[in-house]
Design a protein around this ligand. Structure first.
Ligand SMILES: Cc1cc2nc3c(=O)[nH]c(=O)nc-3n(C[C@H](O)[C@H](O)[C@H](O)COP(=O)(O)O)c2cc1C
Length: 235
């Protein structure tokens, strides 16, 4: 059985609040789904610097982003090596925090192969906002689009809680952990949906990787699966 590397990205500049809580729930569930093959890692953007893409187009010649004076390369390398990526993200003004947007713009642009390559990472999306219908859906739609653009496979949550990810409501100033410990009904549902989403991510990743192993020659013949084949080879 191939190893499944699951990278969790906590997209909040706050260190240890709701975004991270949701992600820890997801990674624990991913690990428990197939303990013998799943390796998880949690990466937090808190305290990290990601300069924005300034459209210099140097990456088209260099094959990598020219900017090296920040934390971009560290996360890009983890992202490239992952079979599955779970993004946990707070809603910021109906969208995602600018640090994470900078990372996505730069990884999307500078990993040239990804444009025409199906890297077949499995992706899932967790988000929290302080209000009702206050941007959770916009965040999840954006991240689903990011997955498709990068040749990845977005996994929806399970009905009736998660359609395109898990969108939690966390009234400020309490955190999701506070609401969970208070047995808040909505939070309990969001946590259950998070566990289920992580489980589905591991199962689909397992199917994809074993299918890839059995069809290497076919994938090589047709091309367009370089990043996926590189990950299969690195196991
Ligand atoms: C700059 C900023 C903008 C925000 N914009 C929204 C918003 O548009 N909709 C929303 O529901 N919550 C918004 N929030 C609240 C956060 O999304 C919410 O508190 C989230 O759970 C924080 O996650 P964290 O505790 O991991 O930092 C905003 C918070 C900040 C700091």
């Amino acid at each position: 059985m191939p190893v499944i590397k699951v990278l969790g990205i906590s997209g909040s500049p706050r260190k240890n609040k709701s975004t991270r809580f949701m992600l820890e729930v997801a990674l624990e569930s991913a690990q428990a789904t197939a303990p013998e093959i799943v390796e998880t890692e949690l990466y937090s953007i808190s305290g990290k610097t990601f300069h924005p893409c300034d459209s210099c187009h140097q990456c088209e010649k260099l094959g990598h982003c020219r900017k090296t004076d920040d934390d971009f390369a560290e996360l890009r390398d983890k992202w490239l090596a992952a079979d599955a990526v779970i993004y946990s993200v707070p809603v910021y003004h109906m969208g995602i925090p600018s640090q994470l947007k900078s990372f996505i713009d730069r990884v999307g642009h500078s990993v040239q192969e990804a444009f025409n390559d199906r890297s077949l990472k499995v992706m899932g999306f967790l988000t929290s906002g302080s209000g009702f219908a206050s941007g959770q859906e916009s965040v999840m739609i954006f991240l689903n689009s990011h997955a498709v653009m990068e040749g990845c496979v977005p996994i929806g949550g399970l009905w009736p809680v998660g359609y395109i990810g898990v969108g939690a409501r966390v009234p400020y100033p309490k955190t999701m952990r506070d609401w969970y410990e208070a047995n808040d009904e909505h939070t309990l549902e969001a946590v259950e949906a998070t566990r289920e989403l992580a489980k589905q991510i591991v199962l689909v990743t397992t199917i994809l990787k074993s299918g890839g192993e059995q069809n290497r020659e076919l994938l090589k013949t047709y091309g367009g699966f370089e990043l996926f084949l590189q990950r299969l080879d690195s196991n």
